[in-house]
Design a protein around this ligand. Sequence first.
Ligand code: URA
Length: 436
Amino acid sequence: MSARRYEVVELIRRKRDGGHLSDEEIDWLVGAYASGLVPDYQMASLLMAVFFNGLDRTELGRLTSAMVASGERLDLEGLSRPTVDKHSTGGVGDKVSLVLAPLLASVGACVPQLSGRGLGHTGGTLDKLEAIPGFRSDLSPSEVRSVLERVGCVICAAGAGLAPADRKLYALRDVTGTVESIPLIASSIMSKKLAEGTAALVLDVKVGTGAFMPDLGRARELGETMVAIGTEHGLRTTALLTRMDEPLGRAVGNGVEVEESVATLSGDGPADLVELTVALGAEMASLAGLEVAESSDPGGELRAALCDGRALSVFREMVRAQTGDPDAPLPTAPHRRLVTARARGFVRSMDARQVGVAAWRLGAGRGKKEDPVSPSAGVICLRKPGEPVEAGEPVLELRADDPAPLDPAVEQLEGAVEIGPEPPAARSLVLEVIRP
Ligand code: URA
């Protein structure tokens, strides 16, 4: 942090009036906030000024660098394989990380997947993996490196030492109505990925009812902003804008998503999950310069690694390296209810957000950071958009440890599924690819 002390009110006023903050001012502000010198009320006011007036390219790059510099950086230098990671802005049933990390490791990459827990209607990767008996996600930096070297991938918590200024800023944004700002989201995500030390990154920016950014234009702006930050910081970055209007795959919850991921790693995954995993994987392979990217059909090579047991074997090894038992049965929920079709026809749409909220209320998600999650609660989509259904046939199965939330969730989900005489038009999951 610069030795000079700035007048915070002056910086807030300048940003409020659309002015520019210098590199030194940003470095000082982030450091002073992280160390407690600048109080929450002043930082909250500055964040609101940024929310309304944005940040220019130099301010954005410097804010990201200052957040990275507020903590340690994972040392991934000298690993025997190229590092590449994926980050998703979060969706319903999004278990791609569980499949993609071992898949890419099985074709020669090193994947340091530092992930988070779920908050709200989108689930967290760590909550899912922690449904596996014994699985540990709080690894030290030296354990992360050792699992990466031995297995080729690791999925664990981003330690408190990585970008601590972002952690504090994010908590403040959460309670001051300043989360939904593209420069603040972009710098927050990218500071953690830069601190993680990966050499390449593919971003999965979700668009649609179940996404954090329902609107394509804003999702594109977020993707472009993150790709620009990554590139400027020497991190090879690509973003895919992908549809999140319906749950990904059939399972939404923790243990149930692990089960579906294992099926996918055994060559028996739902088509949409496989399509997205392969699209993201091909982009990662290309950024990491893997041999499979040189093939005339990288997607075909990745599909082969899902079917012939290579990716599954890496997944099992990773679970064991993180003290989990890949053979232990996953917990099952004792209480179940069905949502049935009101008419004969085709499922035309299934509101991802509603399904996510229902799974969360059934116990799969948390309302507050410190809440526990159920490893077995969730929703299974027995029919997905495009599939035929008879009147009275089950469309969704709801699972919970406690029967109380089941009836309200059935009622909520009855409005979430649209059935019509014709199937919806087939659409690709990948809407756009953003490269530097
Ligand atoms: N995820 C993050 O890590 N940061 C944000 O600001 C939003 C989503």
